[in-house]
Ligand binder design. Structure first.
Ligand code: SAH
Ligand code: SF4
Ligand code: F3S
Length: 453
């Protein structure tokens, strides 16, 4: 017989997979649970509640979750042998996609909760504690963020100088390869004033950089105080007015939602960083059509050109999928060519992974695994070359660095350049949280070294 820990001394361990939105959600779940007396466990063995915050985007995501659950189960059983109860919850996009199947396949799981129901977590846990096995995968009409407890200043400080804030969630675009519209639901934007409030709270507690998150962040259309709809540029303008906030970023944007006024924001608003992540997926119009992306290569190139014209020195990154059904060698070469032509500073590339329930998974001409692997290796080799060239071009230049943390050795501090490169320099710890000028002296594969000027 196991006994639950007293409410005030309970600990929660959240393990997150997938995108930054999951990272942000994990923090908000912890904030909601702090109100229930839960503090954070530093190791899983100490946790009275384990939450796996899962991702469904690629690969055998579901199988990975079940194998991870097997490991959590061992911890659960070892604690049970000591008379300690461990609750196990599965959250995130696999929870949304698999629902009750998770309870059927892993008997130790108490709760399955989809991404839109985290504000109900305290309530759901109470139901689970009283012995029910709970599945909550509805898309409730209310906005979870309106109901989730705000983080305390202490919680914010513990999370560092740069923070994420979700401003838009869900997707109505239904690219033929993608599960996100199914796992995150319809696109919805948070009201402007709420986002501004959240960011002010973060800035007051020492956050200097905020990254606005959304599956299609530039489709943002939040209501303002007067009930009018405002786009991402208006929101960025409002946030730029917060003195203590030094840097603003946004991700992930979609080519079809890039308005002229957002492009011009990169010219007009200094705090908006000159680095844009703009996924294109493929350099072949034929493949883009089959992907249901609803844009072609020319449209993408047009946006790249406009961004470069709006702000000198702007850098870009992108996402690519190789081996989409029907992709030929010529299609793939067009992707490589787009990568080169746009001079991407970095990119993420993935082998196409058929996702259950999506249109592309049904297509006949699936590309053999070996071909996908070979194309991925070629694209990634090209990416490394471009990233290194981009990094090398900063050597000898003076760049602004927002220092975020202590470095690896004593006297060293680390931070980020405007283009999200990791930068290390020798300097005083009181620079952490501030932007300082650094002359870049050398580059390593994944970071830059420099000297304070
Ligand atoms: N909303 C963003 C992307 C979200 S998913 C956009 O539209 O660009 C992040 C990345 O995962 C995608 O850009 C895509 O490159 C990759 N991805 C999504 N589904 C995939 C799949 N089925 N197989 C391989 N990669 C995939
Ligand atoms: Fe997925 Fe496409 Fe929506 Fe991005 S725009 S989340 S790739 S469906
Ligand atoms: Fe993964 Fe869901 Fe994010 S599928 S990438 S955690 S939106």
């Amino acid at each position: 017989m196991t006994t639950p820990a007293p409410a005030a001394s309970r600990k929660v361990f959240v393990k997150s997979y997938g995108c930054q939105m999951n990272v942000y959600d994990a923090e908000r779940m912890k904030d909601a649970l702090a109100g229930e007396g839960y503090s954070e466990a530093s190791v899983i063995e100490d946790a009275d509640l384990v939450i796996l915050n899962t991702c469904h985007i690629r690969e055998r995501a579901t199988e990975k979750v079940f194998s991870e659950l097997g490991k959590v189960r061992e911890v659960h059983d070892a604690r049970a042998a000591r008379g300690e109860k461990t609750m196990i919850a599965v959250a995130g996009c696999v929870a949304q996609a698999e629902g009750g199947e998770i309870l059927r396949r892993q008997a130790a799981v108490d709760l399955v909760v989809g991404p839109q129901s985290y504000h109900r977590l305290p309530d759901l846990l109470r139901r689970a504690e009283s012995g029910a096995r709970v599945v909550e995968t509805e898309f409730p009409p209310e906005d979870k963020f309106d109901h989730l407890a705000a983080p305390s200043p202490t919680a914010i400080r513990g999370r560092g100088v740069a923070a994420f804030v979700t401003i838009q969630e869900g997707c109505d675009k239904f690219c033929s390869f993608c599960v996100v519209p199914f796992t995150r639901g319809a696109e919805a934007s948070r009201p402007l004033a709420r986002v501004v409030e959240d960011v002010k709270r973060l800035a007051d507690a020492g956050v200097a950089e905020v990254t606005l998150l959304g599956q299609n962040v530039n489709a943002y259309h939040g209501l303002d105080e007067g009930g009018a709809t405002r786009g991402l540029r208006s929101l960025i303008e409002r946030l730029a007015g917060i003195d203590a906030l030094k840097r603003i970023r946004y991700t992930t944007s979609h080519p079809n939602d890039f308005s002229g006024d957002l492009i011009a924001a990169h010219r007009d608003i200094d705090k908006l960083m000159p680095f844009v992540h703009l996924p294109v997926q493929s350099g072949s119009d034929r493949v883009l059509k089959a992907m249901n992306r609803k844009h072609d290569v020319a449209k993408f190139m047009g946006i790249v050109d406009e961004l470069r014209a709006a702000r000198a020195g702007i850098a870009l990154s992108s996402d690519f999928i190789v081996g989409f059904p029907g992709e030929t060698e010529a299609d793939f070469e067009a992707t490589l060519e787009l990568m080169r032509q746009t001079g991407m500073a970095s990119a993420f590339s993935f082998k196409y992974s058929p996702r259950p329930g999506t249109k592309a998974a049904e297509l006949a001409e699936q590309v053999p695994e070996a071909v996908k692997a070979e194309r991925l290796a070629r694209l990634q080799a090209q990416e490394i070359q471009q990233r290194q060239a981009f990094n090398a071009a900063t050597v000898g230049r003076v760049v602004d660095v927002l220092f975020e943390k202590k470095g690896r050795h004593a006297g060293q501090i680390g931070g980020k350049s405007p283009w999200l490169q990791a930068v290390h320099a020798d300097g005083p710890e009181d620079l952490i949280g501030r932007v300082a000028s650094v002359k870049i002296t050398s580059t390593k594969p994944n970071s830059l070294a420099g000297e304070l000027v």
